[in-house]
Design a protein around this ligand. Structure first.
Ligand code: TYD
Ligand code: MG
Length: 455
């Protein structure tokens, strides 16, 4: 019998140590070491073993590597395909992470049921087949070739893969799996590493695409070791505000495509709906004469959309004014307030400022700065902006409006949605600004924009 011993393994990066240490030397995290039992016999040690096995591979010159377009499996989900870079690559391993209850199982089951004639094996370690069936009835999309099994043992799952021979494997979730050859608990670094490694080998050998669902920890990172993210080909993060219906699928890593794309979904009573035109969701058209609202032409991923920024400025009740931002970086808000104070002379130091990006989504595009300051000012002086105007521009420290990327796409989107005027930075390059059916006004300084908006 193989001897067992115990080691302490960092739950963040997978480094092991013979005794407990408070801080991991490799990744610098504190209190991440957990005792795990391991078999001493090195033959069971999974992936490390493969690195020394060179019998099958032979180095070839890079110019002689045969090139073929990667075949892609269409997932019948436009948004998911977009994020994957045009569909799933056979033999690839895709990790989908996200907070509990955000809709990971729904997204993946919906894909499994829609993918057409492909045979899908859906392994759930969290739900019984009855529960999965209930969910499937809810999203009522049928795929007769979808098999479900409730199982957490890696060895039994391997057996199922062998007998079912699926075209697509789904594991919900990787943290629930355990292998008999490892003695530590499911969800520990050694278990995750072993199970992922074993599935990865099957995926690469048989060209089987695999979708893994992963939990995230309290810091918002994918739970388990970083090695998990290194092992898989694609890491997708499903995010959104649980109190809102919109969900965003972002790609954090993609070996077969760009990570700039995002997919947008809406959670409905009967599953996730793909949102082809995000602007329609993020704009509400019925708040004429409300102050503190400004519309921005933003770009997230590769797509332009119009988004509402809302601000509320009120007299500070306590000594220290409050600043709060939802969907926007708080430090950036503080910077914009300082710019407003210095360059436009508004006394905001004694005011509470609350900022909200409508729809519960988080925008990283700096071009919404101009809308943010306009909304704040509009609320401060209680003068509404006309709802037929939108804007795009980054605000610099000296109050200058800086150029933003892909301005033509933004203008096009604003024109398409029926806006009458768009305010853009002055020094924007782009020879064809005249061809749009919308009035384009270029400004170089905050003051100019304010004169236009509040004159
Ligand atoms: P779920 O996919 O179970 O989340 P996860 O696997 O990420 O933990 O989905 C959770 C939520 O989605 C649940 O609270 C109910 C909601 N939901 C809907 O609103 N509509 C639906 O059709 C389904 C299936 C779920
Ligand atoms: Mg789930």
């Amino acid at each position: 019998m193989a001897k067992t011993k115990s080691v302490f393994v960092c739950q963040n990066c997978g480094t092991d140590s013979p005794k407990w240490v408070g801080k991991c030397n490799a990744c610098g995290q504190w209190n991440t070491f957990v005792e795990e039992l391991v078999h001493k016999s090195p033959s069971k040690s999974g992936i490390v073993h493969d690195f020394f096995d060179t019998s099958a591979s032979k180095p070839i010159y890079i110019n002689e590597v045969p090139v073929s377009d990667l075949p892609r499996i269409n997932t019948s989900n436009i948004e998911l395909d977009r994020v994957l870079g045009g569909g799933m690559v056979p033999g690839s391993m895709i990790l989908v992470g996200g907070e509990p209850g955000i809709g990971k199982s729904t997204l993946v089951l919906q894909m499994a049921l829609r993918i057409g004639t492909q045979k899908v094996l859906y392994v759930s370690g969290e739900e019984s087949p009855q529960q999965i069936k209930l969910r499937a009835d809810r999203i009522h999309k049928g795929n007769e070739n979808c098999l479900v099994v409730s199982e957490t043992s890696l060895e039994k799952i391997m057996g199922h893969i062998k007998s079912v021979k699926p075209d697509l494997l789904v594991i919900d979730s990787i943290q629930t799996l355990s292998s008999e050859s490892i003695e530590s608990l499911p969800g520990s670094v050694s278990q995750i590493r072993e199970c992922t490694g074993a599935i990865l080998r099957v995926a690469k050998e048989t060209n089987l695409p695999v979708v893994l669902i992963g939990h995230i920890n309290k810091e918002g990172n994918l739970a388990g070791p970083k090695v998990l993210e290194h092992m898989v080909d694609v890491v997708l993060q499903f995010e959104g505000d649980r109190n809102h219906m919109y969900r965003i699928l972002r790609s954090i890593k993609n070996r077969f495509g760009s990570t700039a794309e995002i997919g947008i979904f809406e959670m409905l009573g009967d599953g996730l709906r793909e949102v082809a035109n995000p602007s329609e969701l993020l704009l509400s058209y019925h708040h004429d004469n409300l102050s503190g609202v400004a519309i921005s032409a933003a770009i997230e991923g590769m797509r332009p959309f119009l988004i509402e920024t809302q601000a509320l400025v009120s007299t500070a009740a306590y000594g220290t004014p409050q600043r709060s931002a939802t969907g926007f970086d708080l430090r950036r808000l503080n910077m914009l307030l300082a710019v407003l104070e210095k360059r436009a002379g508004f006394k905001l130091a004694v005011k509470d400022v609350f900022l909200n990006i409508a729809g519960g989504i988080k925008v990283n595009d700096p071009s919404i700065d101009l809308a943010v300051v306009s909304a704040i000012l509009s609320s401060n002086i209680d003068i509404p902006l006309t709802q037929k105007i939108c804007m795009a521009g980054e605000v610099g420290l000296s109050g200058e409006i800086r150029p933003v990327t892909r301005i033509e796409q933004r203008i096009g989107e604003a024109a398409k949605l029926g806006f009458e005027q768009i305010i853009i930075p002055k020094f924007t390059k782009g020879p064809h600004l005249a061809k749009y059916d919308i009035q384009i006004t270029q400004v170089s300084k905050l003051e100019e924009a304010f004169k236009l908006l509040f004159a």
